[in-house]
Design a protein around this ligand. Structure first.
Ligand code: SAM
Length: 282
């Protein structure tokens, strides 16, 4: 991040070039925005520069991160290390708040108890936070009950969609070739070949199911054998975010994919933008 009066400060993520992709290119001028999980405020101050009025929301250092409660691990030591981390993030937020001359408001609290007295907002953002929460659906429900128009969800994406749909399309696209129909006729009269083809079709079916579940699924990451990860719960797909959002009244969604700089390399992410179409605020 480039901080006025301090210059460039390196961090784990460098979102400077990709911030518009990260936020799904949603116009923010004149919008009241609730940013859930602001951390050092990089996104908050960017949205403010775009003309938004931002209410930033995050844990205070007296509150606990949703750590994975491995029975074989010392949860208390981990939580105290996390509180230290949160304290440093909050200090960074206030340093930047001063340096940028920000007018954004900061509210401390747990994501499961977003207070109603924040008031209604036009836009709500969840940038790389849902994967860290034991109950991402409840977190969204609590913040979105205050959100009139648009929600922006950005999260890590492991599987590139084009790869998945290309692979999933392959068996169907081969079905119509002359070679395929000849093979089918031969197979009908040759039991050995028929068995091989049946088995191959089954394997393809299973592969396509796995690929589809990666598009729509949710994966539980904690592994009791390694007690890792400690602070991350899920691999969420764009498909599951769409389903959550639909239930919460944001039935029209768009998904985009982007690459951001991370720890000297790059990381694929997806952004889902949801538009409110149902509910008392529609
Ligand atoms: C990985 S950072 C994401 C920062 C920023 N939103 C971004 O997109 O780069 C996750 C943030 O969520 C906050 N957070 C984690 N668990 C939370 C909880 N239960 N309630 C409120 N905030 C939480 C963390 O303190 C941290 O600031």
């Amino acid at each position: 991040m480039d901080i006025p009066g301090y210059g460039h400060v390196d961090g784990e993520w460098d979102l400077r070039e990709g911030i518009s992709d990260y936020l799904g290119h949603v116009p923010l001028r004149g919008k009241r925005v609730l940013e859930v999980g602001t951390a050092n405020g990089f996104i908050c101050f960017n949205m403010e520069r775009e003309g938004a009025q931002v209410v930033a929301y995050d844990l205070s250092e007296e509150q606990d991160w949703d750590a994975v409660p491995y029975e074989r691990h010392d949860a208390a030591a981990f939580l105290s290390e996390r509180r230290n981390h949160i304290r440093r993030l909050n200090n960074a937020f206030w340093l930047c708040h001063r340096a940028f001359g920000s007018k954004s408001k900061m509210v401390y609290g747990d994501v499961y108890s977003v207070p109603e007295d924040i008031g209604l907002v036009d836009v709500c953002t969840f940038g790389s936070i849902l994967l860290h929460l034991r109950d991402p659906f409840l977190a969204m429900q609590k913040a979105l009950r205050l959100t009139k128009e648009t929600v922006i969800v950005t999260d890590l994406h492991a599987d590139h969609p084009e790869t998945v749909s290309d692979a999933a399309a392959t068996p169907a696209s081969r079905n119509g070739t002359p070679f395929r129909s000849l093979a089918k006729r031969v197979a009908r009269v040759t039991p050995g070949i028929r068995d091989v083809l049946v088995e191959r079709d089954l394997l393809r079916q299973q592969r396509d199911d796995v690929l589809r579940s990666q598009l729509d699924g949710i994966r539980f990451l904690p592994d009791w054998r390694t007690s890792h990860p400690r602070e991350t719960w899920w691999h969420l797909s764009p498909g599951i975010i769409n389903q959550f959002l639909g239930v919460l009244g944001f039935e029209r969604t768009e998904v985009t994919y982007h690459t951001q700089k991370h720890s000297g390399g790059t990381q694929r992410l997806f952004t889902v933008v949801g538009h409110r179409t149902a509910g008392p605020l529609a």
